[in-house]
Design a binder for this molecule. Structure first.
Ligand SMILES: Nc1nc2c(ncn2[C@@H]2O[C@H](COP(=O)(O)OP(=O)(O)OP(=O)(O)O)[C@@H](O)[C@H]2O)c(=O)[nH]1
Length: 403
């Protein structure tokens, strides 16, 4: 599942890891160690700056006199740099020249401080480091069916999180990059999230009305049957409104599902006003204290102005508690455009993405959640009634990053 997106995101984390590791190697040059130690020497000196004996000699000074005042000790120690698990990542053999100024306090704990410096050696990520990998990330996301505006938002979030990040030498960089990406995607997927079951339960004593909308053939009718099956298993009573009066055979199709599940269907003639069917179904459901009414609607292209106006009327007359947009996970960027136009026409509460069992890149789920600013509620994962999976943003993000 989501193989392509997974592969692309792994490519990005690897590429950024490489950039950071290369930077870390630069910092790990022997000259740098020497400089750091010299710096350490300066830091630990109390009082005026102390030059090493060799430096005084090179400068043509008179080390002999100084030597009475100073004692030069050459020390050697192996410093081990460990990762978070305590495993040794790098061992460095350090030769240090400690200048003891007898007139001053003895400089104790040099190696402790030197070690601290070495242990604290960090790579600080700046915008230049991130520029190339973030461009790769944007392309990877676009290739995984994410809409441009969504990729912009994710890239900006990752940049914001990583820029200025201090990466401790020896720490697994992959985690830093992956965590930033996970957070960026999780933020998108968690927008206005609500629990479908809790919402239905909260309507206790009243009929919860759910209308399903979307273009032709995306799986609205099948999803209604799956939801009916799910609600029944939770002990809820359900009715179905055969609101697709447009397509020949649609009323019978939903009736067949309803009969299989033992659910009452409210139906009118083919070609009749769908708003009237749905209104009648709502009155029936309320009168019979039915827990949930699920209303089918005809599939319509988001570009068809008249049919979209009709959908607005259905939603006005039917007074739904929830309007669920149904589309296919495999549709990619087309689904994003449709979601956007449907959300403009009617107040969508959330989305069911069907056919996730077919080859889907995963990008549509992220894009639709971002574009509509409404959660994905369920995934359709097959043609059977039980092939409906409740959406969980954390599960989704884990799935994208699992090995
Ligand atoms: N593999 C798979 N097929 C699905 C899934 N959901 C629906 N389908 C199939 O998709 C086809 C269309 O599903 P419908 O439920 O008839 O779609 P619809 O949106 O009601 O279609 P219209 O009535 O034309 O608007 C059917 O063959 C379903 O079995 C799914 O999650 N996975």
């Amino acid at each position: 599942m989501f193989g392509k997106l997974k592969e692309k995101l792994q490519g990005f984390t690897k590429s950024l890891n490489k950039t950071i590791d290369e930077k870390a190697v630069e910092l790990d040059q022997p000259e740098m160690v020497g400089e750091e130690l010299l710096l350490a020497e300066e830091i630990i000196t109390d009082g005026p700056e102390v030059e090493s004996a060799s430096e005084i000699q090179e400068a043509g000074g008179e080390p002999e006199e100084e030597k009475d005042e100073e004692e030069v000790i050459i020390t050697e120690e192996t410093v081990a740099i460990k990762d978070d698990n305590g495993d040794v990542v790098v061992e460095e053999f350090i030769t240090a020249e400690i200048v003891k100024d007898k007139s001053k306090k003895e400089k104790v704990g040099f190696f402790g401080r030197a070690k601290a410096l070495i242990f604290d050696r960090e790579v600080i990520l700046d915008d230049d480091d991130l520029e190339g990998p973030l461009m790769d990330l944007q392309i990877a996301l676009l290739e995984s069916d994410l809409a441009l505006s969504v990729t912009d938002a994710i890239v900006a979030s990752v940049k914001d999180q990583l820029s200025g990040t201090r990466k401790k030498f020896g720490k697994n960089t992959g985690n830093i990059v992956e965590e930033a990406l996970r957070k960026a995607i999780l933020d998108v997927m968690s927008a206005n999230v609500f629990d479908f079951d809790e919402f239905i339960n909260s309507k206790k004593g009243q009929t919860a009305h759910v209308v399903f909308v979307g273009i032709n053939g995306t799986g609205k009718t099948t999803s209604i049957a799956k939801i009916a099956n799910r609600l029944q298993k939770q002990g809820k009573t359900v009715t179905i409104a055969a609101g697709d009066t447009f397509r020949a055979g649609a009323i019978d199709q939903i009736q067949i599902h309803a009969d299989r599940l033992g659910v009452k269907t409210i139906r009118h003639q083919e070609g009749s006003d769908p708003a009237a069917v749905i209104y009648d179904a709502l009155q029936y459901s309320k009168a019979h204290k039915i827990d949930v009414l699920l209303s089918d609607t005809a599939g319509r292209m988001h570009t068809n102005v008249n049919l979209m106006a009709q959908l607005e009327k259905i939603c006005r007359v039917g007074m739904p508690d929830l309007i669920i947009f149904v589309d296919e996970a495999t549709a990619g960027n087309d689904a994003v455009e449709r979601a956007s136009q449907y959300a403009d026409a009617v107040p969508i509460s959330g989305t069911i993405l069907t056919k996730l069992d077919a080859d889907s890149k995963g990008g549509a789920a992220i894009s639709i959640a971002y574009i509509t600013q409404k959660p994905i509620l369920f995934f359709g994962i097959g043609q059977n009634y039980d092939d409906l999976m409740k959406f969980d943003p954390v599960w989704f993000v884990n799935k994208i990053f699992e090995d």
